[in-house]
Structure formats: structure tokens, C-alpha cells
Ligand binder design. Structure first.
Ligand code: GTP
Length: 375
């Protein structure tokens, strides 16, 4: 099984919530991963594969979130799904191979972010961790739980500082971290803080009673303002962890550069064996004059013809073949892409089974659809 986390505490010896050193804490939260969006910003890639399972270093994206949850002792996980749920289920199954218990709560029509959480979890006792299903992060969830408990919070949001907050939802807090105000996608003049809503929440489950069942409800627009209006203890948890929304092509590629750079603390590793900072799968046919410079990931069944140069930050999916003299750098190629001779691919993303013609130039910033032919 690719990317199974290693060296984790044995769940039989540490039932319930465990911290990073495997010490058991009581009553582990359940997690709900919001995975029902259409991922329009990542089109055309998400027409072929829904965003929760787009590959990152050839591993379906949600594996990284499942590994993070498991690392913090959270094994009971519900995927709040709607769009393309069957493709997601086919990839992730019941989570057993990843050491978690994965269930699916399917919305016939998308219920929005809060509606999706309500559909996936009951307002019983205990807590629920909610993650946007497009966030790559190594935030310390155990610390977030501790901070939530220590401050007597009923709801907490992980806030991350960013340089340019204009595309995000800003969250203002007071000196104690209590949330004061939300400002969605502010203009430059309206920027009052650089901490944004990072799309990870911890909620006391009884709060879910405030979300009407079966209705379209937004976390950011409806549920959170409702908590403020009711003066519910609601805090921001600011952490300088790695955090990136992988929801645009540029950020999707950047996430893989960051993983290859070691900027993200994760226990997942690409499949295959590693040497000279290059991960290589099985049966790679590489001409003696082909050169691969790491960091890079090569899947299984790859063919590199003579004089091919695979440069740093390139990821090749299974069954990719690269024609004579072609050069790649910072290119992400999904499975079974075929590249002809003397092509140059730079800082681009190429969907499965695309054909890149002889002498073609692709990138920087280009996205090639699944099955597309680039002459
Ligand atoms: P874009 O269309 O590219 O903005 O992507 P998106 O559809 O994923 O929307 P957005 O990034 O705003 O969504 C944030 C997270 O919430 C993502 O993980 C989505 O999968 C999820 N999400 C958005 N809408 C719904 C919904 O109606 N139901 C569920 N279950 N999840 C949702």
C-alpha cells in the first residue's frame, strides 16, 4: 500500500486520542473532511479526478490529511461528499489500509460547508474536527485541542498568517484570541490583520444543533456569524505550521515542490525507493544517457529514452514515457502521459494519458487536460 505512515502508535495499545508521542488522551474527536466541492479553480484537472484525490507525489491528496489525523490519534473520520463520491470511495475505501475508519456522508445536492458537516455528524457530546478537503498542512492538531480545552472554547478556528490575505477570509481576534469579526476577501484598504481562516475547525458537537438539517448552510457566512451573535466562546488558534490551499493549479504544483523540499512535516512518503533524492518506482527503463536530478518522483513502468533530462521538482506518474532528448523541470505528469522527442516541459501540470508532441513547448504555468493532444 503506498504511503502508509510508519512508526505510529499501535491503536490497540492506545485506544482513543493519542498525542504525537502516542500518549493516550481521552475522547478523541471525530473528524469530518469537507470533500463535496466541485473544485472549479482546478479545472480541467478536477474533471478527470475530484480534488480530494488529485495526486500529490503520486499519492491521492486526502492520504495526507488522513495521515495527519491519524498522527494525532483521530481515526474516526467521515468524508462529507457530494461531487464524484464514487471515484473518491474507489480510491480511499474504508481507510483500513491507512489505519483509520473512513465513512462517507453523501449529500444528494451539495449542502454547503456547514450543511455538509451537519449531514456528517450528530450534535451529541464530544468534539468534531472539521477540515476543508483541500488544505495541505502539518498543523499540530493535538495542540489545537489542548488550546481549545484550556481556553474553555466551544469553537476554535485554526488561523494562519499569510502575506497577501486579499483572496481569503480574514479573522480578527482580541488579545486573548477571542474571535471578533470575519472579513471575506477584503480589499487592500480593508485589511486589518494577516491571519486568515485556514479551513480547520474544532467544534463542540452540541453546536451542530444550530445548523438546520438538510438545508444549504455555509460555515463562513451563516454558522460562524451565528456563533458570534450568540456570544459562544469562539477562539482563533494561530499556528505557524505549513499551510497551503491546493485548490488552484499553481498552488497544486507548489504543494508538491514544498513536499519535495521537505517544507511539510508528513509521515507519508512516495512509493518506491529513494536514492540521491529521487524516488523511483518499479520497472523504470532508463537509457544510460538519460539524467534525473532530484528532488523528483518517478512512478512505476516509466520509460526515459536517450538524452532525456528530468530536472528537479518533476513528478512522473505510472506508465509515463519521455521521448529522446526531451527536457523536463518542475513538471507534474499524471499517469500514462506520453512525451515525444525533443519536447520541453517546464513548471506545468499534465493530466493522465495526454500526448505531448515532438518538439512541443509546455509551460510555465500551463495545465494540459486528461487525454489532450499537444501537437
Ligand atoms: P472551487 O470551486 O475551486 O472554489 O473549489 P471547491 O468547490 O472545493 O470550493 P471551496 O474551495 O470553497 O471549498 C472548500 C472546501 O469545502 C473544499 O474541501 C470543498 O470540497 C468543500 N465543500 C464546498 N462546498 C461543499 C458542499 O456543499 N458540501 C460538502 N460536503 N463540501 C463542500
Amino acid at each position: 500500500m503506498p504511503g502508509v505512515p510508519e512508526g505510529l502508535p499501535d491503536p490497540r495499545r492506545h485506544p482513543g486520542h493519542a498525542d504525537q508521542r502516542g500518549r493516550a488522551l481521552d475522547s478523541a474527536p471525530t473528524a469530518v473532511i469537507l470533500a463535496g466541492g466541485q473544485g472549479t479553480r482546478l479545472r480541467p484537472l478536477t474533471l478527470a479526478r475530484p480534488k480530494p484525490i488529485v495526486p500529490l507525489l503520486n499519492v491521492p491528496f486526502l492520504h495526507y490529511q488522513l495521515a495527519l489525523l491519524r498522527q494525532h490519534g483521530i481515526r474516526d473520520i467521515v468524508l462529507a461528499c457530494s461531487y464524484r463520491v464514487e471515484s473518491i470511495r474507489a480510491q480511499l475505501g474504508d481507510g483500513r489500509d491507512l489505519g483509520v475508519r473512513l465513512r462517507y456522508a453523501v449529500e444528494a445536492e451539495p449542502l454547503g460547508t456547514a450543511g455538509g458537516v451537519r449531514n456528517a455528524a450528530e450534535p451529541t457530546g464530544g468534539r468534531v474536527v472539521v477540515l476543508n478537503g483541500d488544505v495541505l498542512t502539518d498543523v499540530d492538531l493535538s495542540q489545537m485541542v489542548q488550546s481549545h480545552v484550556a481556553r474553555g472554547a466551544q469553537a476554535s478556528i485554526y488561523l494562519t498568517p499569510v502575506e497577501d490575505p486579499t483572496p481569503y477570509g480574514l479573522v480578527e481576534t482580541d488579545a486573548d484570541g477571542r474571535i471578533l469579526r470575519f472579513v471575506e476577501k477584503p480589499s487592500r484598504e480593508a485589511i486589518t490583520t494577516n491571519t486568515i481562516n485556514a479551513g480547520i475547525y474544532l467544534l463542540n458537537r452540541e453546536l451542530l444543533d444550530l445548523i438546520p438539517r438538510g438545508q444549504v448552510v455555509s460555515m463562513e457566512r451563516d454558522f460562524f456569524p451565528g456563533l458570534l451573535a450568540r456570544r459562544i466562546p469562539f477562539f482563533g488558534f494561530v499556528a505557524r505550521a505549513y499551510w497551503l490551499d491546493i485548490g488552484s493549479p499553481e498552488q497544486y504544483r507548489q504543494a508538491q515542490v514544498d513536499l519535495l523540499n521537505g517544507a511539510v512535516a508528513t509521515r507519508l512518503t512516495p512509493r518506491g525507493t529513494r536514492s540521491d533524492n529521487v524516488w523511483v518506482g518499479e520497472t523504470v527503463a532508463m537509457a544510460s544517457s538519460a539524467v534525473v536530478s532530484g528532488p523528483a518522483v518517478l512512478g512505476s513502468g516509466i520509460t526515459l529514452e536517450p538524452e532525456v533530462s528530468v530536472g528537479p521538482f518533476t513528478v512522473l506518474g505510472d506508465g509515463v514515457s519521455i521521448g529522446r532528448g526531451s527536457r523536463l523541470e518542475g513538471a507534474i505528469l499524471w499517469d500514462h502521459v506520453q512525451v515525444g522527442e525533443a519536447a520541453v516541459l517546464r513548471e506545468c501540470v499534465v493530466g493522465s494519458r495526454a500526448l505531448i508532441g515532438k518538439g512541443a513547448r509546455v509551460g510555465p504555468g500551463a495545465v494540459v487536460s486528461e487525454n489532450e493532444v499537444v501537437p
